[in-house]
Design a protein around this ligand. Structure first.
Ligand SMILES: Nc1ncnc2c1ncn2[C@@H]1O[C@H](COP(=O)(O)OP(=O)(O)OP(=O)(O)O)[C@@H](O)[C@H]1O
Ligand SMILES: [Mg+2]
Length: 406
């Protein structure tokens, strides 16, 4: 096959498709029964929290696939990034829902009942637009549980509704969303207990959940909380083996070990490494050298996509970058299961005299830029990276330096 005709089976740029979703079996086994119950008219609320790129959207999408295929539910996934008010969220949810069901034979009854709120409908019912006037939105917002019940009661060959609200981000800025959601959930449980087959999945960062909690402490109580954390090494190993197999490519053991090691539990890093290795490999077998080159390629991608904007010029100056790379190298020689925390004494033996002198400034600058933070008490001298991709990135950078020197 010619190089430009290769198609990568990896997806470093998107949430993974359900067919290639790997791991998280305990979460799925634990929460799936609740999702099933929602299709039997016991409403459920889930909150998926996890750091950037940890796989929140992929997991929500995996649940949606099961809800649609196994439990015969209608699923909609709204992305809320950039939205800061409840009105826009409601508008988006209802509009998405109407557009999702418009293809069903039984949908005309529902669409007709919304007639006075619909602005325009495209060809064959596609691209239905909902009015955006205050009156319409207030009606939907104040009666959201009733509106959903009314819609779902008209479903014919579907057993319920799953709504995913992804990237809550801006909605955590003020108390409106937390308060509105709480009263929506209360209405569901008082008026529609065991009467409405509905599941809600919200997804966001842990600090946003914390903010919502501060706005309304009862908010947190509504949900079943799903925390997405690192993948296990054996899950990552399976992912590489299976995904390369799709392109009929085998992986040598030492290469596999290296790729798993550098993925360090992070699903976005794993996809990036798989993709990087895929593109540097030229035959049906991945050896240690292919893996090394692919990892360096992946590190540069990750650096560009996630980190470089935060690494301002002061940090990128040679003296600081060298310190970071030494930190990275130091982690490489240790057990990667650890949490990438460090103290000066951990790397003092690697620093030059000059680096030793600027080390205090280096720590302050890195803290100001939120690349590192105190682990535990302030001024404890114990630091950790704010994002696990940082140490991996520096690790790969130092590896790159070494491989250039050879
Ligand atoms: N279980 C999984 N199996 C395989 N790949 C995964 C899995 N989970 C996540 N990924 C991959 O990791 C990357 C990040 O996933 P995803 O977009 O779902 O994360 P996220 O937590 O929603 O990120 P963000 O915080 O940016 O919204 C994607 O490339 C995705 O393909
Ligand atoms: Mg996401």
């Amino acid at each position: 096959m010619r190089f430009e005709e290769k198609i990568s089976p990896f997806q470093p740029q998107d949430p993974v498709v359900p067919e290639k979703f790997e791991g998280r079996e305990e979460i799925i086994e634990f929460y799936l029964p609740y999702l099933y119950q929602s299709s039997k008219s016991i409403p459920q609320h889930f909150f998926i929290s996890g750091k950037r790129g940890m796989g929140k959207t992929s997991l929500a999408n995996y649940f949606k696939d099961i809800a649609e295929k196994k439990y015969k539910m209608v699923g909609i996934h709204v992305f809320n990034d950039g939205i800061h008010d409840v009105d826009s969220l409601i508008h988006q949810i209802v509009e998405r829902l109407l557009n999702e069901i418009v293809k069903e034979k039984w949908s005309s009854k529902i669409i007709n009942s919304f007639k006075k709120h619909v602005k325009s409908v495209g060809f064959a019912g596609a691209n239905l637009e909902l009015n955006n006037d205050k009156e319409t939105i207030n009606h939907l917002k104040d009666n959201f549980a009733f509106v959903l019940e009314e819609i779902i009661s008209k479903f014919e060959d579907k057993d319920g509704l799953l709504i995913i609200v992804d990237d809550l981000n801006g909605l955590s800025d003020n108390p409106n969303f937390a308060n509105w959601y709480k009263s929506f959930a209360d209405t569901l449980s008082t008026r529609f207990k065991n009467k409405i087959p509905l599941a809600m999945i919200l997804a966001s960062y842990p600090e946003k959940l914390e903010k919502l909690h501060q706005h309304n402490p009862s908010f947190t109580r509504i949900f079943k909380h799903i925390k997405v954390e690192k993948l296990k090494n054996n899950e990552i190993q399976d992912f590489f083996i299976k995904t390369f197999k799709l392109s009929d490519i085998q992986i040598k053991n030492d290469a596999l070990e290296l790729m798993v090691h550098f993925s360090s539990g992070l699903p976005n890093m794993m996809q990036e490494i798989g993709d990087g290795v895929f593109w540097v490999n030229t035959d049906k077998c991945i050896d240690y050298n292919d893996a090394l080159k692919g990892i360096i390629r992946a590190g540069n991608e990750i650096g560009f996509k996630y980190l470089e904007r935060d690494l301002d010029s002061s940090i990128r100056s040679d003296k600081y970058l060298d310190i970071f790379n030494k930190l990275g190298l130091n982690f490489f020689t240790q057990d990667l299961e650890k949490d990438y925390s460090f103290r000066k004494s951990d790397i003092a033996h690697l620093l030059t005299e000059k680096e030793e002198k600027v080390f205090g400034h280096f720590l302050k600058r890195a803290r100001d830029l939120k690349i590192i933070e105190y682990k535990g008490a302030k001024r404890s001298g114990h630091y950790t990276f704010t994002n696990n991709l940082y140490p991996i990135y520096f690790l790969i950078k130092s590896l790159e330096q070494q491989s250039e020197e050879i």
